[in-house]
Design a binder for this molecule. Sequence first.
Ligand code: BT5
Length: 327
Amino acid sequence: MDTRRALLDALTDGPVSGPELAAELGVSRAAVWKAVETLRDEGFAVESTGDGYAPPTEPPYGAAGIEFGLNAPYTVEYHEALGSTNDRARELAASGESSVAVVADEQTGGRGRLEREWTAPSGGVWVSVLTSPAIPTSHAPVCTLAASVATTDACREAGVDAGIKWPNDVLVGREARDAGRGDGEPRTNERGGQKLAGILTEMEGEADRVSWLVVGVGINANVDVGVLPDGATSLSAVRGEPVDRRRLLQRLLERYHELTAMPDRILPAWRERAETLGASVRVDTPDGEVCGTAVDIEFPGQLVVDTGDECVRVHAGDCEHLRPATE
Ligand code: BT5
């Protein structure tokens, strides 16, 4: 492990002295000091106290701040602005890197599926996680499902009742919509069912093995709804106040790591959070339109739609909820 990351990890448990750390890591005190300076250069204001080095009270939204206290094995690469974090992650994959989360405050060329544009102004959480999972390429869609669950959970922890729309959207969920109904408080109702986040998964590999996989997640965190396309909303708009992006992103990364390490848990977790299941849907697929009731999700990610005549398995497409599930 590099000294910078070891220092960040050590600081999580409170102040640590230079000599202690040098001994623990088997590096010189000068190397420790250099790591402290590197963190300070990144805007992570390590303090020198009588008890040793202490972390800043409000870690910034940057590489060191996001890695600080992060319980997932990713190195964070942070940019103020980038074309697309997925493009940068693909570059890193080409140079043989893995377990990296590329984060940007703003994207100038954010991409959705099928080369659609993704609006990504400053204030959102725009991240691409590069990994090399030991799975066949045909299983890769399950990683998108894991990312939707992780995103939903991170949004819920931020106090917004989010739910999943197959295949890759996170919306303001059903309960938030219902809660806002008829009580003179239109904030959640008005934006209910609207898109909070989207996911773009890209990969390369041979049939029997993924060589790299990039899961790009965009969450409209602290974003003014006025700059978003119709049908979109943000966490700050729903909450009425900004969200802690650092915590949101850490939770997302931790849940994504947890779930991908235990693939058996992904589908059950997805089902519990899905807005699509039970809903009447219209899915635009490469082979035409499928209409019916979404009844289940199957490994690694196909939606089962009961058309009334038969159950059709849909592997890819754009899904519209015509009527939500009634419970
Ligand atoms: C997605 O595509 O929803 C995938 C979005 C993935 C974005 C992340 S951000 C980090 C990483 N880097 C990238 O360059 N991309 C990923 P899709 O299902 O095709 O939806 C795209 C459609 O969503 C657009 O055509 C717009 O209608 C709408 N849209 C665009 N920007 C949006 C936003 N910020 N919030 C909600 N909807 C948006």
